[in-house]
Design a protein around this ligand. Structure first.
Ligand code: GDP
Ligand code: ZN
Length: 292
């Protein structure tokens, strides 16, 4: 009997596929290994239910998008969490993550947590101006939790952001059945090193949320490189200026007739966003396409 389902967990070569009726433990068919395809959490699949043998994944539906490390497919949104302090926010990290999400066709949403400790208005302005859904939150006072719940409604989301910014705390506020462990930064890093990174999808607010362990921002950043020519399209607020610079090959890193830099100067585009663009451009400008 064949059924359609969603991979919600993968452990040691076994995949847990949620169908309309129940969750089945399945193995991937050998043909995927031969074709070097690995099923990802988030994949929509066709499975065979066998009474006298292992259930098998027979077919993987084309992916809308995916991240390689941690492996996850078909995300609607990437919830980028930063904190007002402890640890201090880094616009470069936030901007790298928004760019990666845009590059993969995943909507980035920015949550600035720990507003009980420090004001985050400046950051909110930067990200709202860039055109992203952005809001303030606090796992301590409950600020922003209702908004966050609404954002997750019916969508498949993953939380990312540095360790200690409050991802697990926020998720526990949204749904206390998650019972994610929260705690001191050093303690958690220690634990993380020895556990295998496996994503898992949890049902939350009528949608799915990927658990946090595989989603430290570092891991995503290290594994997702954006080509230098694609980078400008990963900053949505640049879009209306692209193609209007004096030189058609303008990389928007120096002044001469650059309309994007003009927009930075007149305050239309935030300086910190452009700084991150330059930093990312410098990182990839010498990488050849074939090296990627
Ligand atoms: P994660 O590593 O991103 O999952 O972060 P955690 O949820 O484990 O939180 C790290 C630390 O920050 C914990 O000690 C939390 O109690 C604390 N924390 C989380 N959210 C807030 C908040 O909004 N305000 C304050 N003051 N502390 C918070
Ligand atoms: Zn330019």
């Amino acid at each position: 009997m064949q059924q359609s389902g969603l991979i919600i967990k993968g452990i040691g070569g076994f995949y847990y596929v949620e169908t309309a009726s129940k969750v089945y433990e399945c193995k991937a068919r050998g043909v995927f290994r031969k074709d070097k395809i690995t099923p990802f959490v988030g994949d929509l699949v066709k499975i065979s239910i066998n009474t006298d043998a292992e259930n098998t994944i027979d077919e993987i539906e084309p992916r809308r998008n995916y991240l390689k490390r941690p492996p996850i497919a078909n995300l609607d949104q990437l919830i980028i969490v930063a904190s007002s302090c402890e640890p201090n926010p880094s616009t470069l990290i936030i901007d790298k993550l928004t760019a990666i999400a845009c590059n993969r066709d995943i909507e980035p949403i920015i949550v600035l947590n720990k507003t009980d400790l420090q004001n985050v208005d400046e950051l909110i302005n930067i990200y709202k101006k860039a055109g992203f859904k952005t809001f303030a939150a606090s796992g301590k006072t409950g600020e922003g939790i209702e908004e966050l719940k609404e954002v997750l409604c019916g969508k498949t989301s993953a939380f990312t952001g540095n360790s200690g910014v409050g991802k697990s705390t926020l998720l526990n506020c949204i749904d206390d059945r998650l019972g994610l462990s929260t705690g001191e930064i050093s303690e958690k890093l220690g634990r993380g090193r020895h556990t295998t990174r496996q994503s898992q999808l949890f049902k939350v607010q009528g949608g799915y949320v990927a658990d946090t362990p595989g989603f430290s921002s570092l891991e995503i950043e290290r594994n997702e490189i954006i080509k230098k020519d694609d980078l400008q399209y990963c900053f949505p607020e640049f879009a209306q200026h692209i193609g209007t610079c004096k030189f058609t090959s303008c990389a928007h890193v120096n002044d001469k007739g650059c309309k994007i830099i003009e927009a930075v100067k007149n305050g239309e585009i935030s300086q910190s966003r452009h700084n991150s663009y330059i930093a990312m451009y410098e990182e990839v400008k010498n990488i050849k396409d074939w090296e990627l």
